[in-house]
Design a protein around this ligand. Structure first.
Ligand SMILES: Cc1cc2nc3c(=O)[nH]c(=O)nc-3n(C[C@H](O)[C@H](O)[C@H](O)COP(=O)(O)OP(=O)(O)OC[C@H]3O[C@@H](n4cnc5c(N)ncnc54)[C@H](O)[C@@H]3O)c2cc1C
Length: 372
């Protein structure tokens, strides 16, 4: 019983986890980073729930009405978060220290003012106060990427040193950092324990710590589940007899009893806007992988479209891009096929989110294992 999963974002890893739990052997084929590697650390779009074991392996914590601070200076609600992000909800009415560090990607004074001026802070009487901290050891740390800066905090002596720095600045009921609190270690939790007050981050930029943590935890989880990994881009899917054959660039072939397509949306590379804008060919949306049913756009066939220049996003709104995808049944089954399932951003017409990627991945992985 073998399930092939195409894609190693949140949907692919959830599908692989569920299929393994259901007793299948699993091969994950993945063409490189997708939206999950770029996400900011917020978890939106949850409906049903995700097993604690999977959440904890991915370093996620779910709670309705979580409040996170974004690096754009906004306080917003989510359904959950990378556990390094500070949940502001329990801090309503308290005093949050915003670290002031002279990094080029961090405007502490502006962020502290912006959080303090948010509707949430005003309505709950929460204070955000700027607190200068001597976090830069060397001049170049001002400019290194937030990923490298986060990695620098993992050096063995840094967490204990940082805890002492925070303890010496008694006052705030919590500390809000940039997205720098480590990649492999749970420094936010370590510092919270050491200081006795919650310590956490704002959201990450694309390519920052949250996405890097996702990749590291995913790789560890898939290895612990003995999931086979194949790197490369799938070009075509063939269903013959009881088997599903997946063809990769370069001629590699992977065969299984069932397939979960978790190849992402426009960011992950699962969906494409194809056709010449010159009008030589009809333009429209399509899957990057051949051999699957056509994608739909809010129930309409997405390719070809009537306009010579493709879908008129100016007239119909860019939000339309969130409604392109493969139509599937509730368990992720792709219409007209018994052994092909889909999950995550490649599915339409559901807006993309980590919550929907995880939940649809779990359903598709379990159903695929039952078919394989
Ligand atoms: C900048 C940014 C910020 C975001 N912030 C949030 C947020 O705050 N909250 C939230 O809920 N959501 C957020 N999202 C959305 C969320 O990240 C995505 O909805 C989710 O990660 C999608 O997961 P996925 O597994 O479906 O796709 P992806 O993570 O895109 O994974 C697709 C996978 O498929 C693989 N693939 C694609 N084509 C092929 C092929 N032909 N062959 C082999 N492999 C292939 C890719 O290599 C990749 O591994 C954000 C997204 C971005 C880009």
């Amino acid at each position: 019983m073998k399930v092939v999963v195409v894609g190693a974002g949140f949907a692919g890893v959830a599908a692989a986890w569920a299929a393994r739990r259901a007793g299948a052997t699993v091969t994950v084929v993945d063409g490189g980073p997708g939206a999950s590697s770029l996400y900011c650390g917020g978890v939106d779009g949850l409906r049903a729930g995700v097993p604690e074991e999977l959440l904890s392996a991915l370093g996620l914590r779910l709670a309705k009405d979580t409040h996170i601070a974004t690096r754009e200076g906004v306080v917003r609600t989510t359904d959950g978060r990378d556990s390094a992000l500070l949940d502001l909800a329990p801090l309503a009415g308290k005093h949050v220290g915003v670290v002031d560090v002279p990094r080029d990607d961090w405007d502490g004074p502006l962020l502290a003012r912006s959080f303090a001026a948010s509707d949430w802070a005003r309505s709950t009487g929460t204070r955000f106060e700027l607190v200068p901290l001597p976090l830069l050891e060397k001049g170049h740390e001002r400019r290194v990427s937030s990923y490298d800066f986060a990695a620098g905090f993992e050096r063995p002596e840094r967490p204990a040193w940082l805890a002492e720095v925070l303890k010496a600045k008694a006052g705030p009921n919590a500390w809000l950092f940039g997205p720098w609190l480590g990649l492999t270690r749970s420094l936010a939790a370590e510092l919270s324990r050491a200081t006795g007050v919650p310590v956490g981050e704002v959201t990450s930029p694309p390519g920052g710590a949250a996405g890097a943590r996702f990749e590291l935890r995913r790789d560890a989880l898939l290895a612990s589940l003995a999931v086979e990994r194949v790197t490369g881009r799938v070009t075509e899917v063939l269903t013959t007899g009881g088997d599903v054959t997946v063809r990769l660039e370069g001629g590699v072939v992977v065969v299984g009893g069932a397939l979960v397509v978790a190849s992402g949306g426009f960011v992950g590379g699962g969906l494409l806007l194809s056709g010449a804008l010159s009008g030589a060919d009809p333009a429209g949306f399509e899957l990057a992988i051949r051999g699957l049913p056509p994608v739909l756009l809010r129930g309409e066939l997405a390719q070809p479209v009537s306009s010579l220049f493709g879908v008129d996003l100016a007239a119909r709104g860019r939000g339309l891009l969130e409604h392109v995808g493969l139509p599937v049944a509730h368990d992720g089954r792709v219409s007209a096929s018994s052994a092909v399932f889909a999950a995550g951003d490649v599915v339409g017409p559901v807006p993309p989110s980590v919550g929907q990627a995880l939940e649809s991945g779990l359903r598709a992985g379990a159903a695929a294992a039952g078919t394989a």
